[in-house]
Design a protein around this ligand. Structure first.
Ligand code: FNR
Length: 383
């Protein structure tokens, strides 16, 4: 068992163990990757106030997101093709999240289906929805998430058209991988995961294959999905989806104060300030830079969550102290999953919790309530 002390350790292990095509899929941003890079480098610009001689005993990292108890103000973000980072990846990540006490969000574009995850977990998870053109399919997805007792619907708004990631095109990304000499060499080299991933073939995209007329196997799927993301999605449609669901709704991919106000208007329970981990609009601002303007716009009337760029407990602390109710991690847990399966996701969460807890103490605070903007030193030109 390797000694894991930080997320970077998991990333390095994942790079060695996950077939290149799927490691690159996770580790890339769109076009020049400026936004992808700034998501992490902007966190570094915010500094923490070190305080001393305060009672640091009896600390707690517990909090709540949309009224649910969380062991740490973190949820696992929806990540497509998680099952290609590790066989049964979605199930393994969901189990780790459940045991740790944080929400898991299943992507529409998952390998394991809603039912697969529900059968293998005890607690309700969150389901992430992409609005699709096929209305009957959209309704069926929502009904399946309801039947699986998902406790929140996360509607992603920033990917109705796919941003271009150079590496995916160059690698010829597909799931399951097409058997070319290049992919075979890659899978054979990473034999441990390569063998397991071939098992993934039987699942295909679990939320789609077998649930849409004419899509009976994964090979017909990429073309279908590319056409299915509904470019006409607007606020009226979002309100309609919210009504169809009838439960808690989180709108993900908000990066502008005006859009945040619209989200408030349609009655979302929370928004996620996100640029999809720098995978969509290259040149957009980092999420952490847009957090304060968005918090100002919604004036405390709605929960504001944040993702994109979180690689440490200090990053979580900064987002929470700035006013986010909670955060999501994408790559930080995906590295863990690719590196070591369920144990790797648990390791990622443990690393983040330890960093968060110790940093909170060194800021002179014992719990989430004590984390206010007062613990931060933010450059004047930040927002
Ligand atoms: C994503 N993300 C994403 N979001 C979503 O709503 N549905 C999805 O299917 C996916 N798929 C996906 C795949 C991969 C490989 C990555 C890295 C990300 C975005 C994700 O939910 C989240 O917004 C980002 O991952 C947050 O950025 P960090 O934490 O990865 O920097």
């Amino acid at each position: 068992m390797p000694v894991i002390t930080c997320i970077e350790d998991l990333k390095r292990l994942a790079e060695r163990r996950v077939p290149r095509m799927f490691y690159d899929y996770a580790e890339s941003g769109s076009w020049t990757e400026q936004t992808f890079r700034e998501n992490t480098s902007d966190f570094e610009k915010i500094r923490l106030r070190q305080r001393v001689a305060v009672d640091m005993e009896g600390r707690s990292t517990k909090s709540q997101m949309i009224g649910q108890d969380v062991a740490l103000p973190v949820a696992l973000a929806p990540v497509g093709l998680t099952g290609m980072q590790h066989a049964d990846g979605e199930i393994k990540a969901a189990k780790a999240a459940e045991k740790f006490g944080v929400p898991f969000t299943l992507s529409t574009m998952s390998i394991c289906s809603i039912e697969d995850v529900a059968e293998n977990t005890e607690k309700p998870f969150w389901f992430q929805l992409y609005a699709m053109r096929d209305q009957a399919y959209l309704r069926r997805l929502i009904d399946r998430a309801k039947a699986a007792k998902c406790s929140a619907l996360v509607i992603t708004l920033d990917l109705q058209i796919l941003g271009q990631r150079h590496k995916d095109l160059k690698n010829g990304l597909s799931a399951p991988p097409k058997m070319t000499p290049k992919t075979i060499a890659n899978l054979a080299w990473k034999w441990r995961w390569g063998m397991q991933m071939l098992q993934t073939k039987r699942r295909g995209f679990g939320n789609i294959v077998g649930h849409v007329d004419g899509i009976t196997d994964p090979s017909s799927l990429f073309a279908w999905t590319a056409e299915q993301f509904d470019p006409k999605l607007d606020w009226a449609k979002i309100a309609e989806i919210k009504d169809m669901w009838g439960g808690k709704v989180i709108l993900k991919g908000i990066l502008d104060a005006e859009d945040a106000k619209m989200a408030l208007k349609v009655g979302a329970d929370a928004i996620v300030v996100s640029n999809h981990g720098g995978r969509q609009l290259d040149g957009a601002m980092s999420s952490i830079r847009m957090l304060e303007p968005i918090l100002d716009a919604v004036g405390g009337e709605i929960e504001v969550h944040l993702d994109s760029g979180i690689r440490s407990g200090q990053d979580i602390l900064k987002a929470v102290a700035m006013g986010a109710t909670g955060t999501y991690i994408g790559r930080s847990y995906i590295y863990g999953l690719g590196a070591m399966g369920e144990a790797g996701v648990t390791a990622a969460l443990e690393v983040l919790q330890k960093e968060f807890d110790i940093s909170m103490a060194l800021c002179g605070q014992r719990n989430i309530a004590g984390l206010t903007r007062d613990v931060l030193l933010v450059p004047e030109d930040f927002a």
